[in-house]
Design a protein around this ligand. Sequence first.
Ligand code: R5P
Length: 278
Amino acid sequence: MGWGLTNRIARMFPGKSGNSVMVAVDHGYFMGPTRNLESAGATIAPLLPYADAIALTRGILRTSVPPASTVPIVLRVSGGVTILKDDLSEETITTSMEEALRLNVSAVALSVFVGAPHEHQSLTNLAKLVDDGERHGMPVLAITAVGKELEKRDARYLALACRVAAELGAHLVKTYYCEGFSKVVEACPVPIVVAGGPKLATIEDAFALAHSAIAEGARGIDMGRNIWQSEHPVAMLKALRTIVHDAATVREAADAYQEEISVSLRPAATTAPRRRKV
Ligand code: R5P
């Protein structure tokens, strides 16, 4: 890998742990105004200081992230189908490499739909994007999408999908956590980050997902709904950081979450001089 490509990856995996906490806000590209992401800029702003990278489309980047921000950007460059269609796999490349370079992003991301009607198209999209990325020092993150078939998220399927993505040259892979996840990691020669999926019942469930994923070899998370659809998104993100970067347990992360909430709710100390008794 060339210096530029390696440098871009290094910026997304900062610090001693070598892991990454990516915040995904790219859902609108096929789902439209997802709950709590209707006003993307307002959702993104408080999270930016605590994200190692942020995953989004060029439309949301241009309109909803201040250009002075230094947070590495993972730019989604595939799309072309919406949730209104039964088959979500007919994606094409929707944003050029030239545009990705102009936007100064740290990686480009696309979905691959292994086993879906448009498997071939999505995999050749990946192969071409990798060729283009290699030419320009741009890492490619492949997302093993399952469309509406959430039951596909088992180790056998995900190991196959992640391996195929890596064989076609993806530099990073985003997939789902599943039972037997270590087998998915073992069979994938490039770093894996995990998505959160739909919002889980409790914050502890989300912490447990992140904790198990890291313990079984993931190099980070690329999570959306379980952060910004939670009651306290910043507290959630900061608590997840303790798991990904500091090997915190689920209990410790839950304590960090509670502590963050109590600090943010504490009234600011008053600086007004006390009245003297007369
Ligand atoms: C789908 O739109 C994207 O790949 C998401 O970035 C990915 O699913 C992560 O978001 P969430 O944690 O909400 O599943």
